[in-house]
Write a protein of this length. Structure first.
Length: 117
């Protein structure tokens, strides 16, 4: 499975960006697609994920600001990011995995989001 992410860039605080990530194929009948991020000097952390059954999960620090969605027919996941803050600056990575385990992960190349104050 190859993941191609796009949509990062530079935005001012309070602005919005939309990330997209398309998987080349889906190999798990029950799967989770999501976004993680890694800021300089910090560990990679979950931002949000969603299953192909429609369940969603958000990190507390993005609740109310970010919305994850997916198009199962296109094997594509989106992350709408509103009210961006400078602390949201990070490389955002797309993830695809089997829904029943945290193993069997596939990762995209990462897209940089920079929020200026």
């Amino acid at each position: 499975v190859q993941l191609q992410a796009s949509g990062g860039g530079l935005v001012q605080a309070g602005g919005s960006l939309r990330l997209s990530c398309r998987a080349s194929r889906s190999i798990y009948s029950r799967n989770t697609m999501g976004w993680y991020r890694q800021a300089p000097g910090k560990q990679r952390e979950l931002v949000a994920d969603t299953t192909n059954g429609g369940s969603t999960n958000y990190a507390d620090f993005v609740k109310g600001r970010f919305t994850i969605s997916r198009d199962n027919a296109k094997n594509t996941v989106y992350l709408q990011m509103n009210s961006l803050k400078p602390e949201d600056t990070a490389v955002y990575y797309c993830n695809y995995r089997a829904a029943w385990t945290n193993a069997y992960n596939y990762w995209g190349q990462g897209t940089l989001v920079t929020v200026s104050s």
